[in-house]
Design a protein around this ligand. Sequence first.
Ligand SMILES: [Cu+2]
Length: 348
Amino acid sequence: MKLGQGKLSRRRLLGGAAAASAALPALHELIPHQSLHGGGAAAAAEPHMHGMGDGGGGAHAAHLGAVGTVDPRSNGFDPQEMLRDFDEGRVVGGVREWELVAEEKEIEVAPGVKYAAWAYNGRVPGPTLRAREGERLRIRFTNGSKHPHTIHFHGIHPSSQDGVAGLGAGNVEPGKSTSYEFVAEPFGLHLYHCHTMPLAEHIAKGLYGAFIIDPKNERPPADELVMVMNGFDTNFDRSNEVYAVNTVAFDYVHRPVRVKRGEPVRIYLVNLLEFDPLNSFHIHANFFDYYPTGTRLEPRDFTDTVVQGQGERGIIELRFPYAGKYMFHAHVSEFAELGWMGFFQVEE
Ligand SMILES: [Cu+2]
């Protein structure tokens, strides 16, 4: 590898990808075939490219995604399973309880692109915590990493349980534990994340997850999916080089999300992107009801595109009237080209 040309840069990735964007379905054909190679421990900080000269404009289209797919076993979590993995914890003495551990963990966010993440319970995003409105909740938190962390929940609770430095237990030092206790309110779709400074870094490293509070009267049955929109700043320049839903770029292109024609589908969509103020979700050839924050039982919109700011989230409900393969992606085109893209496979 030649020195000085190897850094994974968002602009270089995009420079090539843009050339290919006119033929969107062809993009992932281009993207997965170039080797983007990690070269040892340094890969966690700076993925390097192998065998890529600077010649030939179209060549850069191929930087992201590399060869093949990310093996879920190497990460210890699988974006396919994360879609429908809801963690209801366990009820102990009338309190719904979870145990979360923060730890350092190298994850693969695109084929060959390693990222030195910080993770709750070994996964990015962390477990999707799910409770019922009005329940008493307890989250036992242990910091197994080398840096101080917290868990800050969105919702309504006393300041002492807010997971912020200087309030309640404040920052939890390495090796220490604490518990957060509060009542599950309001019903809706929320999130949790570390709230230790510098905040953007602590979130962007991967310490976040979805937090669902179901209404007392349940929502109608549906095939329920969790999609956490995220990104990875692989070279620490405070902009993301890789974008995804549930962490692994293009995973749902390679392995489409399987759903049934005519059946209700409910998507819990959370935006945990850092460094970019806005993210979005767009689906092809279908429309959906949208419930911002999930805190009302009536949809606000009937649309095919929603925009979410940082920390924003909402519930999408739809039925696919036709079998087939339907693309979904960020309508921020750059993000789509850098990994935030997938397909629904609608089956009879
Ligand atoms: Cu932290």
